[in-house]
Structures are given as C-alpha cells and as structure tokens.
Design a protein around this ligand. Sequence first.
Ligand code: 5RP
Length: 235
Amino acid sequence: MKNTDANKELKQLVGKAAAAEVQDGMVCGLGTGSTVVFMVEELGRRVKEENLKIVGVPTSFQTKLLCSQLNIPTMEIQDCSYLDLAIDGADEVDPELNLIKGGGAAHTREKIVVAMAKKFIVIVDETKLVQRLGEKFAVPVEIIPSALKFITQTLIQLGGEPQLRMGVRKDGPVITDNGQMLLDVRFPATVNLKEIDRILHNTPGVIETGLFFNMAQEVLVGTAATQQVTRLSKN
Ligand code: 5RP
C-alpha cells in the first residue's frame, strides 16, 4: 500500500517542475495522487497569477474536484482523443522508465489519458525508483466484480498472490471511479511481467492493469540529498 504522506517536499519539488512544462493553449491530462496534487496546485497558481490558459483532463474525481477548487477549466476524458501532455505520479519506476501505477485506484483512466497524449511526464520522489517492477509494490488489476473468483484463480495459476483491495474507513472493498474492484497482486521476481500483462489483457473481466510499459518519455525524480529534480529520459 502506498504512503501518501511520505516525502512531501520532494513531491512538491517535482510537482512544481512538471507544472512549469505546461504551456499556454495546452490540453493536459492530469493524473491522480499526492504528487499530482502539488502539480495541480502550481497549475492553479499559474492560471490565477500568470493568466495561463489551459484545459485539464482529470483522471479521477479527486483531481477534478481540485481543478474545480482552483478554477482550472476541465474537459471529460470521453470528449478527448488527443492531448498535448499528460503528467502523473507512479508507484514504481524501473531503469527503462516502465511503471507500476494504480496505488490510488485510478490507473485505468490514467492509462487512457497517457495513450492519448503526445508526451507523458512522470513525477516521483526517489523512493519510487526500483531495479525491477514489483520489487516493493503489488501490481493493481482493475476487474469487474462478477469475475472476482475467476480472475483470482487465474492470477494464482500465473504465480501471483492476489488480494482484494479493501476500503479504509469504509467497510468492504474499494470501488473505483469506474464502479469496479481491484486486486493487488504480488508476483515472484522470476515471472515475466510483460507476459503476465499480455495474458491479463486477454482475460475476460480484467479491465486494466497498473503496468505501464513503454509509455513514459520523461521521469522527474525528486532527490533528497540535493533537494533537486533529476530528469530521466527515454532515448
Ligand atoms: C493513482 C496512481 C498514482 O499516480 C500513484 O499511486 C502515485 O501516487 P502518489 O503520488 O500519491 O505517491 O497511480 O492511481
């Protein structure tokens, strides 16, 4: 499970740096999570103080609410087919800039938004960097509730240890903004996650996985020792 309170200063640092990449006239996908909150707050400041003209495309109710509080104009995902830029956090980033996302249960909408965007910038603090996806974080899989038992069994056969994500201060499972449920799946280091991802995309009842292969062009990393932003780019 992710810790939204950790490394606030570093999250703020990368959030501000990413907001500086947004230019007048852009339609910009806005991810979800505690790092994204800092980025959206900075965009709100730029809209108010610099008269920045943008349209945000929020990936969750949380982000949409924040945009509304900050007077950032928004469009719904279903009204878009192309975005200039998408900015989002991540739970893990590997050396090839592949990601695990979905700690905030928003990865399905986040993946749609990223797929539509000309460029995808990821914002993380340095604790999110790993050598291998799945090192620290389980892989979130959004599923249709009626397929819960079937997909749980499929995941166990694939070598995974699925756990239904449960609500905090709410009895029962987490229900996503799409009205669905989530399995958080631990896999042993020996499995090929690309192959698992391919199989899951062919499994009825699976909506989307939190595995983002070859989607990020740039990762902004907040580094504690220097209190600076390091840029990792896809060659
Ligand atoms: C939401 C996500 C988030 O981007 C991810 O969980 C990182 O969040 P945070 O910035 O709070 O650490 O994928 O579904």
